[in-house]
Every structure is written in C-alpha cells, then in structure tokens.
Design a protein. Structure first.
Lengths: 127, 378
C-alpha cells in the first residue's frame, strides 16, 4: 500500500501537485510511481523560465528498469527546479513527497486545476 | 500470474518480502531492497541469489563423454572429475542453442546446468543428439534448488555452513559433492557476477532450510538478499553474456567473444564446428562489445549505435552501474568501427556518446581522489 498524503492533488500519470496561495505549485511523482519505477538513476528536468502547456512532457525519470516521461499536470512557467536531484537521484525513491519535489511552477492565468484528482480519487487508481 | 512456477524457496521470499516477478515462466524474486544496493553488496560483501529456475540435466552412460564432445564447443577431455567447464551448445549451423556449465562427476557421469528459458528446448535437442550414443539424458531440474552466494565474503560465509576443510582452498570451476546435515549437496566455485563465490545445488525439499542457514551465517558479514535485477546488472558489468541478448541464434559464440570455449582444433567433430570454422576463416565482421555511457541516460536493448550518421550496431543489454555511477551495456557492432571511435547511441532522436571498454567494467571505477584530480585537470 503506497503512501498518498491527503493534502496534495494528483494526476492519473502518478504525479502530485501542491498548490500554494501565491499561484505557484510544487510538482513531483508519487510513492506509487517511484515504487513501480524502482531505483531511480537520473532525473532530467527543464530549465527555469521554460513554459509548458498542461499535458506537455517536461522531463524524464530514468530508473534501472525503464525511462518514464514526466507530464505537466497544469500550464505554467518553471520558476525553480530541484538541483539536489542532479547528485542524488535516489531521493525520488527515498522521499518522493518532500525532498524529491521536481519543479516549482508559476501557474498560467488560464491554468485549469479542476481536473486534478483528490487523494481519495487517486487512491482508487494507485491504492 | 497463477501459471508461474514457484521455486523451492517461495516461502523464503515471502518471509523476506521479495518483490516477485515473472521470468522464463517462473515466479522469481526481482529485488528485495534496491537493485543498486544489492549490486553494491555483492561487490563489497556478499549477496545471496535464488537461481533455482536454472535447469539441471544429467548425462550418464559409457558414451556420455563422446556424446558431450559432439554436443558442446569446448573440449570435454579437459574436464576432470570434480571440475566444471563453461560451454556453448550449437546446432548443426553453428547457431547457439544455449550456454551451459558441464560438471564432471565421473568418467561416464556428467551434470549440466542450463538456462531456465531454454530448458525444454535444450533437453529436446540433447535427446536427439544422444540417439547416436550409449548414454542416458535426464532432466532432473525439478529435484534441485540452486542458491548462489557471491562476493568477497562468500568464502567466509559459505565455509561457516559447509564446514569442509577443502572448501576454502577449492579452486574456481571446481566443485565438491558431499552431504550437509545428511543432505547431498554440490558446492561449485562458480558464479555469474564477476566476484568470487559459490553456487550450491541442493535437493528442492532442503533448499529453504539451507538458504535460512546461509543467510543467518552471513548477516554479521553484510550479506544481502539479491534478486534477478542485481544479477543482471552484475553480469553485464562483469561482461558475461546472457542467452537471448549477447549470445543467441543470431550471435554465434565467436561473435559473442567466447572463442576461448570454442575448440575448433578438438579432435571429435562437434555440432556447428564446420560453420563456426568457416565464420572464423571469413573474418568476423561484427562482435559483441561492452560499453559505458558518458551521459546519464540508459541505452536500452534495441537502441541504434551510430558512427557519424552511419548505423554500425545496436544495443543488446542496458543498465546502470552503481560502481561506475554510469549507464553501461553491451552492443553488437561492426568490428572495424570500434577502433575509429566516435560512437553514439540514438535515444528518441537525441545522440549520446558511448565508450567501448574491455570488461569487467567495474575495474574502471574512479576513486574519489582521482575524480578530484580529473576535475582540476579539466
């Protein structure tokens, strides 16, 4: 049974998103995702300043088993990336919801957050 | 999943919380903790693997040796009682059917260990070849469990359980057949990781108690339970072929870099000899080579290898080496292209450089102080 914090939003692609009041959001992959991927060896992240539409590929998580694309759960601009993952990609396995956040995004004005899943709905996919 | 065969250690895996997965029709432990941690444990201390899925076949009778000489590429005359020999078995066209280990238990008594995925095909082929010889071939796979203990501490740990005075001095590719607590076991100084270690054949019904005993003995020495994930990354790093990847119907043993087990000069004719000899005489245009990547993306099976814009090969296996902290793998590549260098692999339209190295690849690990110097030099 994987961990699914109640205070986060989720996508069917097994990403989590933490929305802040200032219109930014932290994005990462879920405990279920890191479990399925196994040992993560590399995370390719975008550059600060890049903009993406919801559904765009913004990076890749490489594990011993497979490479997996990362999809933007909302439209927005990258304002920060998690540099710690460059040297310690295994943080994704160890702390998917805290230390291994991937990107911080400034949500676009027209960003749609209505389709994001609640913890309860996500549990039905990844319980 | 219910059609998968359980190994004699299935309760052991359940108790030790292995993550199980299908392999060659078996329900096998893929990993216990982390593939990378298990891999490191084998290089630094010791790791224990359940490889009971491997097939065991006995060959007995007055013409057992003559049969094996016909069957395999290596020279069976060179294996004495108590010794083991690595081998390839080809069809008449020189296409490998499998790679295997031949154990000599007596002049007319041999024991073969074959790949799980090829077991039925191998046995069928052996029975066909054996038709011309006075010997009996039996598939005894279901009677055996097989446990591998590998790593620099493997000797210390194994000798605590198999307390035989001749175990520690046992040479590589030699084995001892004897009773442990009244149970007949075969302890062989062989392995598939590039480390020292043992592979222990034990009656299926006693495999679990033996595994628990070995694990208990190994805990003070940093033993790790290892799954097939680490087994694959270890063998790739060590530069050992896996049938279906580096050795296959398409890749003959010479191309696979196994010419040392293909004795073209051996007197008795063997299956595939003429074809292999003519392949060699014509010159091998392609070969299997092992590589490290400079970037962090893993090049996986099937990826195209390029020299400039020309396709010169393809990736056969790809993984990550925690010892080099870099992606590693194997390629089937045009022999001429290796010396020229400038090789890259295409991963979804992007080029990544790869560097061909002579295995074992773990020898290229950069020590921390060297790394500092390298950075200063740059």
């Amino acid at each position: 049974m994987s961990e699914i914090p109640q205070d986060l939003k989720y996508t069917k692609d097994h990403e989590w998103i933490q929305l802040a009041d200032d219109g930014t959001a932290l994005i990462g992959i879920t405990d279920y995702a890191q479990e399925s991927l196994g040992d993560v060896t590399f995370v390719e992240l975008p550059e600060v300043g890049d903009s993406f539409e919801s559904g765009d590929t913004f990076g890749v998580v490489e594990s011993v088993k497979a490479a997996s694309d990362l999809y933007m759960p909302v439209s927005g601009e990258i304002v920060e990336i998690n540099d710690a993952l460059e040297g310690e990609p295994e943080l994704v396995n160890r702390s998917p919801y805290k230390e291994a956040w991937l990107i911080k995004v400034q949500l676009a004005d027209d960003a749609n957050t209505d389709d994001l899943l609640s913890a309860d709905s996500y549990r039905e996919i990844a319980g | 999943m219910s059609d998968l065969k359980p190994t004699p250690l299935w309760r052991f895996h359940e108790r030790h919380r292995a993550r199980m997965g299908p392999f060659a029709g078996w329900n096998m432990p893929i990993q216990y903790s982390s593939i990378l941690e298990e891999h490191r444990a084998v290089r630094e201390n010791a790791g224990m693997f359940d490889v009971s899925h491997m097939g065991e076949i006995t060959v007995e009778g007055p013409e057992a040796k003559a049969f094996l000489q016909k069957l395999v590429t290596n020279d069976i005359d060179r294996v004495k009682v108590g010794q083991a020999q690595y081998n390839v078995m080809c069809d008449g066209e020189g296409k490998p059917i499998d790679d295997l280990i031949v154990y000599c238990r007596g002049d007319d008594k041999y024991f073969l260990c074959v790949n799980a995925s090829n077991r039925d095909k191998d046995f069928e082929w052996m029975q066909k070849v054996a038709g011309d010889f006075d010997c009996e071939v039996n598939d005894v796979s279901d009677a055996y469990g097989l446990i591998a203990l590998q790593g620099p501490k493997a000797e210390t740990i194994t000798s605590m359980v198999l307390t035989w005075p001749d175990l520690k001095p046992l040479k590589r590719f030699h084995f001892i057949e004897r009773e442990w607590s009244g149970i007949p076991v075969i302890a062989s100084r062989t392995g598939y990781t590039g480390e020292d270690g043992f592979e222990i054949y034990i009656p299926a019904e006693s495999a679990e108690i033996f595994a628990e005993t070995l694990l208990t003995a190994g805990i003070p020495h940093g033993i790790a339970l290892c799954g097939l994930g680490a087994r694959d990354s270890l063998r790739l790093e060590a530069g050992y072929p896996l049938y279906g990847h580096e050795l296959s119907e398409e890749i003959d043993p010479l191309t696979a870099g196994l010419s040392w087990v293909v004795k073209l000069a051996k007197e008795p004719d063997f299956n595939g000899k003429a074809k292999l000899k003519s392949n060699k005489d014509q010159g091998l245009k392609r070969k299997v080579a092992y590589f490290r990547m400079k970037d962090r993306r893993i090049a996986r099976e099937g990826a195209t290898v390029l020299q400039g814009d020309r396709e010169v090969g393809r990736v056969l296996s790809g993984s990550h080496s925690p010892i080099l902290n870099a992606p590693i793998g194997s390629v089937l590549i045009e022999t001429d292209s290796i010396e020229k260098g400038g090789l890259s692999v295409d991963l979804r339209g992007k080029r990544f450089e790869l560097e061909i190295l002579q295995p074992p690849l773990q020898q290229y690990a950069v020590k921390e102080e060297d790394e500092d110097q390298e950075q200063e030099a740059n």
